[in-house]
Design a protein around this ligand. Sequence first.
Ligand code: FO1
Length: 313
Amino acid sequence: MRVVALAGGVGGAKLAAGLQAALPPGDLSVVVNTADDFDPWGLRVCPDLDTVMYTLAGLANTETGWGVRDESFDALSMLSAYGEDAWFRLGDRDLATHVLRTQRLRAGARLTEVTVGLAGALGVRNTLLPMCDEPVSTVLKTPAGLLEFQEYFVRRRQRDEVLGVELRGIEDARVTEEVSHAVNGAGAIIFCPSNPVVSIAPILAVPGMRELLANSPAPKVAVSPIVGGRALKGPADRMLDSLGYEVSVTGVARMYEGLLDGFVMDRADEGEEAGVSALGMRVLATDAVMRDEEDRERLAREVLDLCRELGAP
Ligand code: FO1
């Protein structure tokens, strides 16, 4: 069965890897957030696309979840020797991705074409798609002022309170023909356990994306990024709180209300089953924490089973 997964960075990449293991090669398309992208030293870096690509290619640094494993940082050391402030850790192998992507974009290729080319060259047999081809940048409103996403996330280590989120350029973004084709051909659509505010929301904010998903007859199931009322990794729980959302699986389910047929939560939150069911979603309470490859595939299979219960072929 062909499946589309919506994903951001590390959490999304884990479930995408589980889905890749659980499905026949070529049946998975992953639509990835690009609002974290930025251009250190003039290179177009797409952290979420690269995290998913390296994970699906089996090249990811499993400690950090991002970047390439067995990495060296000699180029970065040389940049520091020139007096550069190398706060964003770009490894030597990772740099090859950014060099090629930047060159191909400059030659006029669309981000989708570049992404499919890079992933294919790394042996990924599923389809990796940016949420759009146009540049979109998450800018966060904080007490310290407006912060570009990586400035907030990496340089300032997510210490600022997030009071608002701007998606610069989103009004000019368009759903690509590749994403439309993947969604219209999907038997199931899965919202990975990524940050609902800065990873999934930008994907849904691409003009036409919500309609495309809503018009698909395929069952749509989300996996909660909140477990036991907290985010497993990253700032999602603090962001939900400071933005006024309820920091719970019910709060996350409400953000996707109207789009979802099913919701997968961890058993730690099964007390909220009634609240989420009341939103019109079929609930599955299971072990939603992916500690290793086995967990990833098991959770992916359970999500696909729920999709089939909800009518997927
Ligand atoms: N995250 C960090 O916390 N520190 C880094 O130095 C860092 C470098 C980096 C390089 C390439 C890449 O693709 C991702 C990188 N990330 C780093 C992760 C990245 O900031 C986040 O994964 C996403 O933007 C949020 O999901």
